[in-house]
Design a protein around this ligand. Sequence first.
Ligand SMILES: Cc1cc2nc3c(=O)[nH]c(=O)nc-3n(C[C@H](O)[C@H](O)[C@H](O)COP(=O)(O)OP(=O)(O)OC[C@H]3O[C@@H](n4cnc5c(N)ncnc54)[C@H](O)[C@@H]3O)c2cc1C
Ligand code: FES
Ligand code: FES
Length: 1489
Amino acid sequence: MALPVPPKTELDPPRALSAAEALTPLISSTYTSPDITFYLNGRRTILSNPNPHWTLLDYIRAQPNLKGTKLGCGEGGCGACTVVLQVPDVQTRGSEKRRVKHLAVNACLFPLLGIDGKHVITVEGIGSVEKPHPLQERIAKLHGSQCGFCTPGIIMSLYALVRNVYDPETQIFRLSERDIELEGHLDGNLCRCTGYKPILQAAKTFVTEDLKGKLAEETTGKDMKLEAEGVDLVQNGYGNTVKGSCGRPGGCCRDAPSDNSSTDSKSSTSTPPTEALSILDDEPIPANLGIKGDPLQDLSVSGAAYTKPMKNKENQLSDAEVKASTSLDALTMGSRDGLPKVQFKEYVPGTELIFPHALWKFEPKALCYGNEKKIWFRPTTLQQLVDLKDVYPSAKLVGGASEVQVEVRFKNSDFAVSVYVSDIPELKETKLPPDAELISAEEIVLAANTPLTELESICNEVYAKLGKRAMVLRALGKQLRCFAGRQIRNVASLAGNIATASPISDTNPVLVASGARLVARSKGKGSFQLPMSEFFVAYRTTTLPPDAIISHIRIPLPNSGSREVLKAYKQAKRKDDDIAIVTSSFRVRLDAGGNVKDICLVYGGMAPTTKEASKSKAALLGKKWLSSETLEAGLAALNTDFDLDYGVPGGMAHYRKTLALSLFFRFWHESAVDLELGKVDSQVINEIHRNISTGARDNYNPNEQRVVGKQVPHISALKQCTGEAEYIDDMPRQERELFGGLVLSSKAHANLVSVDWAPALEMRGVVGYIDRNSIPKEANVWGSIRKDEPFFAEDKVLHHGQVIGMVYAETALQAQAAAKAVKIVYEELPTILTIDEAIEAKSFFDHGKDLKKGAAISGTLSQAFAQCYRIFEGTTRIGGQEHFYLETNAALVIPSNEDGFMEVWSSTQNTMETQEFVSQVTGTPSSRINARVKRMGGAFGGKESRSVPFACYLAIAAKKEKRPMRLMLNRDEDMLLSGQRHPIQARWKVGVSKEGKLLALDADIYDNAGYSQDMSGAVMDRCITHFDNCYEIPHVFLRGHVCRTNIHSNTAFRGFGAPQGMYFAETIMYNISEGLGIDVDELRQRNLYKPGDWTPFFQKIDEDWHVPIILDQLRKSSEYERRKKSVADFNSKNRWKKRGICLVPTKFGLSFATALHLNQAGAYIKIYHDGSVLLHHGGTEMGQGLYTKMCQVAAQELGVPLDSIYTQDSQTYQIANASPTAASSGSDLNGMAVKNACDQINERLKPYREQFGKDAPLRTLVHAAYLDRVNLAANGFWKMPRIGYKWGDYDKETVKPMYYYFTQGAGVTEVELDLLTGDHTVLRTDLVMDVGNSINPAIDYGQIEGAFIQGQGLFTIEESLWTRSGELFTRGPGTYKIPGFSDIPQIFNVSMLRQDVDGKPLTWNHLRSVQSSKGIGEPPLFLGSAVFFALREAVKAAREMNGERVDGGWKLDSPATAERLRLAVGDDLARRAEVKRKEGETSFFVTVA
Ligand SMILES: Cc1cc2nc3c(=O)[nH]c(=O)nc-3n(C[C@H](O)[C@H](O)[C@H](O)COP(=O)(O)OP(=O)(O)OC[C@H]3O[C@@H](n4cnc5c(N)ncnc54)[C@H](O)[C@@H]3O)c2cc1C
Ligand code: FES
Ligand code: FES
């Protein structure tokens, strides 16, 4: 192979070239082909000598029509890049019944070379909007896609599953709901929007309905059995017995039959009437779902009957209507009597993509390609590999690449020679001996690069055949089930795990404990063995010689009859797809007398290597195993084996030690039970168990109108499911386009001594560089509220990751590499990271807003406190939260040759600010800047302001070069740069009466703003105006402070300070309850607002106050009181698990609070000659369904079907001065503006309606109007009336409300906590929200569920960590955990408040919003705190049992991580493991709340 000669200007030594020289003889003798041959979506493709830096994702996304596969993280942690590889099943090769396998893989990690001889299937390959795959259709129609960025990846994971379980011979599927949910097929996919429930429902109903009759018998029975094992969970929110019900709209085949089903319903199953629902009166009657048959067509929604106006309230399902041809976004959805109707395509397995015939005969060749920087080899035999390693020992072997590619991408590792080993049959194929030999086998020999999923099956298979003798494989299988995500397990290998030698490897402890040996091979030594117990010599260092490879792993099996037990345990931050905090494997062998003959206790996460506890071994050998002294000796010795320092790298010293003891404690008990040694407390053994999730929505909408109020799917849902929906980075490449790479500060606080970008400019493909010198000094400043932040760092950097400059180049990879080559010299300065440090240093931004009520106004608050029966005080903290929208910030700027005009595409919630600041930095009037956004892959507030600078950087460069510029941040850059939810601390004091009535509240509240203000002041305003939550307090003084620190600038995030404020309120309630001994629910009840009460911001609680009704209804529907008792009962009987239950209310104020000017919106409607309607409004679509709702409003008002309304994007050329889409007010503001535009048009069309009749087609009306020269375009506008609060106005007569209305709700959650590990599961959640008259209940349910799960994450597993030097450590899905599929409540019921206290339809006396709906995006998020408070109750029960304080003198800060929960239990194990802080020692990580 001829490698290109490197250009003279290249700086880095062309290492691959010298490697190539050494390898030339091998290349010319063996590796003669540079061609990768494969099929892509059914098409044969040959890639000759491709870019060696490309992963499979890079290649796919470079193809013009394959943008459905997304880049979400680039590290295998989100699943957005999932594609399916169709490969022959090696086990069936050569047999008559040869089979293919479908492997879901992460294209972002997968080596391009690895697709040789395979069939790559992307989301585009399985269906399109015209012809969707049934899975795509189902996810779209059952609301499983909101922003859509995760959707193609999730669909591909499901696709692989469905195809793998089909047997073409028998035409039977071996698939159950259990497989969908509990077997880890979706554990490598994340979704930040939906809360997973609708995705699971779509997938599970696909199994129970589409595949009905085609399922293997054992799979249909399996689920029922498992669910019967469940705990006290058999009721859904409506009292139904729902064993196994998936709770999907319309009921499920498992629901008990009912005679209450709708007369229109074709479904034979439905939900029975219940006691709980009797309070709601309206039963959750099933929707009408059909699979086959004629499509349901609701002409009010789709069908291009747009030429015909339609009456309000009519529900037309007439087949007589003719559907004109049009490209419609809206899916065909019917509706009748307030119930959604859904029609699905039939699934026909025979129509699926087949494995290309030619690939059966494919003969893999030894491949080699590359350039002067990097060369790839793909040997096809073990000998070729060994020869190659002999010639070039530093060649990097690549198996699944799940470690290697992460090193390349995030650790800047650059391997000159990479060798793909996963296609070498000797390495990837484990062959088990025939059963007769297996039974007596003394060892199992695994091929080193056997994919982990195959290994998991092998473990299960061998264990099934050998039973306890194969307990090591049982333990290995258990570890593998919780190892990474499915896409990684499908390709990653044991050899990769072993050779990486990570101290937190999950498999290495099992292998060491079992006494496994590695078989290595090199040319010089041939085949030789290495014992695993001696393999790991130092951090990521092993005894494997550089020229050797691992070929096999030999795992010994104990003799039958031997008294031996081997187990494995793992504890991580999140159950699925997470690296361990501590992982372990223990083996004990007893002699006939029950004494320890051999023992091996091996830990990961306790030392720089996988480590055996040698002192413990010595202490335990020869001891009688079933004896408390032995247990005691083991615990004591472990304490000395792992005597971690307080500041140990990786942190969590106390927790890790506690886990080390706790896991051993569990093993001791479990082994005693397994060996039947005698009676021990078997409750210790059980780990947290999870069932298939169920739940329901009260789907019936009594207020449904012709279009508004219908459960119409998101109008882009199907496009999102087929990959056709376009995000910024999917837009076609522009001519002469360049890509930006940001130059970021590597220090948190430092003087910039010098910045040398010359090395970057010399790199290949680099075109230029910009920084603060590229724009006038006065233009280098921006900010949403106050302009205090430079676009480019000036003389100082103020946080780690601050933007210093931008390099631009021909490709994104070149730009990113060049940005890293800019040489920066810093002079470091001291940092302030935490709120405590900021208070200490008095480091604040000017803010100075406070709230006073009652005695505080007259300065006599101390007197109010003096009247109190008790006073409680505390400091409470809540950490921040990363937005983790799946699409990172992206922008594309296209300059025009004329007049300085620029088209600025940005993934932004804020077109106006984007336009304003692009105008500023380019010196071009705003009128020449068209800022546009079609959709975002999630935003949650994170793109309200922080998106702005990226468009500006590109605009500066675009203006300079007169070329289009594009940028999409990598996940780590996005997390470093774009800020988070504010960590907040409250120092509070509250006074109460003897009965627990709140009398006086005084608090200082501090948010950690970071290095600039952004919206931190406004966040604080919302925080203090939600500090009351739902409770009346006569005397209040709240002072907000905004801390200036050296972290990224924190910003808006769903809830905007309110969840933190309400969290403080509820924490205070628990403190009072515990201090006074009053039940917390009773305490809440006594303090609830009543109509006529005044909030601390002087807003009167009006008659629309529904929290008391909600609480009442929820208590009944969730059977709260009964379950509270059963939780207490459970706790009294269980020593190692505790449950908690909690009911929290919420009230959330709607409006842009005190930013009065933002409470306005515009809309523009144009009706064309054919009667079709173009709608623009100022709102942006981030998955929340705003476009869908706005189209519904327009269709309703204009009397046309939904699909005659078209919304293309949001842009400043259509709507000037649009407010950001935020504060849950998108529908309120824009909806009213849309209505206003419709009103104008309707007024103008009135004479024509009179002339042609009310049923005349719109086309007829507008044609006549046009001929009469009537303006058929209307500009709508609306400003929110009534509001206008002014700080410091305490006059009840003159003060104006801060909020237009309150969205209200409540949630009940029950949890179970494992006291040994801190692990938990949410058993059940019931939510009720008052959303007014929902414009689209399906979208609103989605918002409620999604917000709840996001809130659950905020209050439990999501934790940002910084290093002491101010570097953000949690910068990707590997270190920052958001909830996954298996974190959602096992039962999850959601309903909307529909009836008042007397059971009459609810009315809102003061609600003046569009269609009387309420904003819902943010309000439910706080209900996620119910998980926190329920966990707090569980911990409290444990503390009571352990004799610890529970009277308010203890605290649990948010998030309630497994670490915090475990350590709060206050038991003996945690006390023994305590790590004392020595003089001068600091913790490894810093949390900044
Ligand atoms: C998102 C994510 C989640 C993860 N979760 C976990 C987890 O839960 N638990 C855990 O333990 N690990 C986890 N890992 C780490 C990683 O997946 C494992 O270490 C995996 O087993 C590596 O296998 P691989 O085949 O992909 O290795 P590769 O990345 O291909 O290679 C890793 C190393 O092994 C070497 N190597 C590969 N094959 C051989 C061979 N035959 N002989 C000698 N050397 C060889 C390579 O040269 C390289 O140095 C995770 C990684 C990611 C990206
Ligand atoms: S982009 Fe590949 S897993 Fe996230
Ligand atoms: S829909 Fe899943 S991330 Fe947005």
